[in-house]
Design a protein around this ligand. Structure first.
Ligand code: PMP
Length: 398
């Protein structure tokens, strides 16, 4: 009789080799990872508390300070994706009962509001106060000031690059408005940083975060974040502990050498391979220079947008200055099924573009050209694929 405790056999699927296709990653993320960054990830794994890793983490910190244009000491990368940084920002800055205001101009505001509601903010009804912009539009400073003076929030959330609608939100004067009402200004730059101008210190941003897999062209899994003095003051004078141990800023600050303690203690095992790739991606950005990168993304986007309009397609964001240079939203071509278009392009051209997300589902096609993917040659490739899809996909007569 078989007395083996093993009743689940080794899975057959794991005997097959893993095959990953090369693919043009022109959706809203992740973007393609260049060989130089992939190779950085193939370096040996060493201890997450070894001095060489601390040095890499310090380099990452400097790279983020450059990318964000900030002198904040409290600058680090969270282990996780953009969502992890969102929760890190909100869970540290906000305590139960605090008033929070969220600008909703797409899905990211909706999600930020959901996260804040989980803490139990705004005691009456525990709902987060929101100001909502129409999809494809944005809020004026007058809208924002009205809401700030009404709700007196401790934190105001705004998405700089709304990847679900393709809107680049104007930023001028919002930091000053927040500070006038004694409110922290939290900005999501996951889809925009490096590809569109944003300067944390100059623009009065108190908490800024991004992800690794968009303009930076690193694999997903780390999320740069920075806290101003003002944000640290609020965070470190809380009456209650943040709801997350993993994202507790006092722990993260120590692991990243951002506090005044002379030694770092174990908090969690840092994803060292992801640190190598993040460091390399920041080195690539520093080599090109932020301003050169902004200009390149802007030029490529303008070329793309003009070409789309020449084809007879319409852009979802009407005002040119509010078009995100990294992620373009095209109004779903009339008479077509958008899923057939994205499916056809994936199958025939080995190229990812995507449909809408949240409030833009069914309304748009989204094309992301971020970091190394932002080039006129790639625009031409997308245009060929789109023209081919419009010729071959089913078009209804109605
Ligand atoms: N914010 C914005 C603006 C985004 O585009 C994304 C990713 N599409 C996120 C947040 C969430 O990032 P992640 O998928 O890395 O968790």
């Amino acid at each position: 009789e078989n007395m083996s405790p093993i009743s689940i056999p080794p899975p057959k699927c794991l005997q097959k080799p893993m095959v990953i296709p090369h693919r043009h990653m022109f959706g809203p993320g992740p973007s393609n990872v260049p060989a130089r960054i992939l190779e950085a990830g193939a370096k040996p794994v060493i201890g997450h508390m070894h001095p060489e890793i601390f040095e890499i983490m310090n380099d990452i910190k400097s790279g983020i300070q450059y990318m964000f244009q900030t002198q904040n000491k409290m600058t680090l990368a969270v282990s996780g994706t953009g969502h992890t940084a969102m929760e890190c920002a909100i869970f540290n800055a906000v305590e139960p009962g605090d008033s929070v205001l969220v600008a909703v101009n797409g899905i990211w505001g909706e999600r930020a509001a959901d996260m804040a509601e989980r803490i139990g903010v705004n005691p009456i009804g525990a709902r987060v106060n929101t100001i909502v912009a129409p999809p494809g539009g944005y809020l004026t400073n007058a809208d924002i000031e009205k809401a700030l003076s009404k709700h007196r929030p401790v934190l105001f959330f705004l998405t700089h690059g709304e990847s679900s609608t393709g809107v680049l939100h104007p930023m001028d004067g919002i930091g000053e408005l927040c500070h006038k009402y004694n409110c922290l200004f939290l900005v999501d730059s996951v889809a925009s940083i490096g590809g569109a101008p944003l300067c944390m210190d100059q623009q009065g941003i108190d908490i800024l975060y991004t992800g690794s897999q968009k303009v930076l062209n690193a694999p997903p899994g780390t999320a740069p974040i920075s806290f101003s003095e003002r944000a640290c003051e609020k965070t470190f004078n809380r009456k209650t502990k943040p709801v997350s141990f993993f994202l507790d800023l006092s722990w993260l600050a120590n692991y990243w050498g951002c506090d005044d303690k002379s030694s770092r203690v174990y908090h969690h095992t840092g994803p060292v391979t992801a640190f190598y790739t993040l460091r390399e991606s920041l080195a690539v950005l520093a080599e090109e220079g932020l301003e050169n990168s902004w200009i390149r993304h802007q030029n490529v986007a303008e070329y793309f947008h003009a070409s789309l309009e020449n084809m007879g397609l319409k852009l979802f964001v009407k005002e040119k200055h509010a078009r995100l240079p990294t992620v373009t939203t095209i109004i779903a071509p009339h008479g077509y099924d958008w899923k057939e278009i994205t499916g056809y392009i994936m199958k025939t051209h080995n190229l990812e573009i995507s449909g809408g997300l949240g409030p833009s589902v069914g309304l748009v096609l989204r094309v992301g050209l971020m970091g190394c993917n932002s080039s006129k040659a790639n625009v031409d490739m997308v245009l060929v694929a789109l023209k081919d899809a419009l010729k071959h996909c089913h078009k209804s007569k109605v």
